[in-house]
Design a protein around this ligand. Structure first.
Ligand code: A3P
Length: 317
C-alpha cells in the first residue's frame, strides 16, 4: 500500500484538519476547502512552499479519472513532435508510460523526475499533471505557465474512480459502490468536491482564455482532430500546413489512442513511482459507462447535484 512519509509537523497538521473516510485513501482531509488523501496533501503543501513555474511550463489539471493519462500522452506527443515523429519506432511513448513522461506535480515522490533540480535557465518545455484546484495552485503557475484543464462526464468519472480505487493500492480494503457513491457526493474524492474543482477552472478559462484552456473528454473522443488543433494553438505550437497534409494529427491521435497505449508492454506490465501498476490507468476508455453501470437513482442524483452546482455559471455537463 502506498503511504506518505510522516513527520511530526505533518501529523500535527493532519490532526488539526477536518477529516472523513476517503474513496481512494483511508481518510481524506479538508485543506483550503478541498479534500485530499495524506499523500496528495503532503505533495500539495510541498508545491505551495517550493514549486516555481517557468515561462514555458504546461500544466494539465484534471479531476482524477477524467482522462489525465490520455491527455498527458497527447500533450507529450504534440510538444515533442519535432524531436519524435509520432511514427518514430523509438518514440518515448512506446517504452515509457504517460505518467513517467509527464510527472504529477504533487506526487513528486512517485515520479522519476525531480522538478526541484530543474533550473529556470533551461528553456525546455516542462509538462506536469496535477489535480490541484485553482485556489491552492502555486501562484507562479498561472503567472508563468499555461494550464490545460480536462473534465469528463461526472457519472463516467465516478464509475472510473470506483473501479480504480478497488484496483489501486491506496486503500487497505475494497470499497462498496454505495459507500463510494455517498462519499463522492460529499466531495471525498481527491481534490474534491469535483464540482467545485471543475468550476474553478471553468471560471479561469472564461476570464483568462490565453492562460487556461477548458477541454472535455467527450469532445476529444468525438472530434479528436478539432480538439488537437485547438490544443496545439493554445499551447503556441499550431500545426503547419505541411504537418496537416502529412497526416501528423491522425498519427498523434493513433499513437495516443486507448487501443494503442493500453496494448503496449510498458502500460500492460510497467510500474511507475516504484509501486503503481500502469495498467490500472486503462480500463474501458469509453463514453457513457457511468450511465450504463449506475442505478437510475444514482444517475439522477449526480445529474441533480451537477445542475445545482453549475447553475448560473454558463457551464453545462
Ligand atoms: P475508464 O475507467 O472509464 O475506462 P485518468 O487517466 O485521469 O486516471 O483516467 C483514467 C480513465 O481514462 C479510464 O477510464 C481509462 O480507461 C481512460 N483512458 C486511459 N487512456 C485513455 C486513452 N488513451 N483514450 C481514452 N481513454 C483513456
Amino acid at each position: 500500500m502506498i503511504t506518505y512519509s510522516s513527520t511530526p509537523e505533518f501529523e500535527d497538521l493532519l490532526s488539526s484538519l477536518p477529516r472523513m473516510e476517503g474513496i481512494n485513501a483511508a481518510y481524506v482531509y479538508q485543506y483550503q476547502g478541498f479534500w485530499y488523501g495524506p499523500l496528495g496533501l503532503q505533495g500539495l503543501i510541498d508545491c505551495q512552499k517550493h514549486f516555481q513555474a517557468h515561462k514555458n511550463d504546461i500544466f494539465l489539471v484534471t479531476a482524477p479519472k477524467s482522462g489525465t493519462t490520455w491527455l498527458k500522452a497527447i500533450i507529450y506527443a504534440l510538444i515533442n513532435r519535432e524531436a519524435f515523429h509520432p511514427q518514430d519506432p523509438h518514440h518515448h511513448l512506446l517504452t515509457k508510460g504517460p505518467h513517467q513522461l509527464v510527472p504529477f506535480l504533487e506526487f513528486k515522490e512517485q515520479s522519476d523526475y525531480d522538478w526541484a533540480s530543474n533550473s529556470s535557465e533551461d528553456n525546455s518545455t516542462r509538462i506536469f499533471g496535477s489535480h490541484i484546484p485553482t485556489v491552492s495552485l502555486p501562484k507562479s503557475i498561472m503567472e508563468e505557465g499555461k494550464v490545460v484543464y480536462l473534465c469528463r462526464d461526472i457519472k463516467d468519472t465516478f464509475i472510473s474512480l470506483f473501479h480504480f480505487s478497488n484496483k489501486a493500492i491506496f486503500r487497505s480494503s475494497p470499497i462498496s459502490l454505495e459507500n463510494a457513491f455517498d462519499l463522492f457526493c460529499k466531495g471525498a474524492s481527491s481534490a474534491g468536491p469535483i464540482w467545485e474543482q471543475i468550476l474553478g477552472y471553468w471560471k479561469e478559462s472564461q476570464g483568462r482564455p490565453h492562460k487556461v484552456l477548458f477541454m472535455r473528454y467527450e469532445e476529444m473522443k468525438e472530434e479528436p482532430l478539432v480538439q488537437l488543433r485547438r490544443l496545439a494553438h493554445f499551447l503556441g505550437k499550431p500545426f503547419s500546413q505541411e504537418e496537416e497534409n502529412s497526416q501528423m494529427l491522425d498519427q498523434i491521435i493513433k499513437l495516443c489512442s486507448f487501443e494503442n497505449l493500453s496494448n503496449l508492454v510498458v502500460n500492460k506490465t510497467g510500474i511507475w513511482g516504484g509501486e503503481v501498476k500502469m495498467d490500472i490507468y486503462f480500463r474501458t476508455g469509453v463514453v457513457g459507462d457511468g450511465k450504463n453501470t449506475l442505478t437510475t437513482e444514482m444517475c439522477s442524483k449526480l445529474d441533480q447535484i451537477t445542475e445545482e452546482k453549475f447553475c448560473g455559471s454558463g457551464l453545462y455537463m
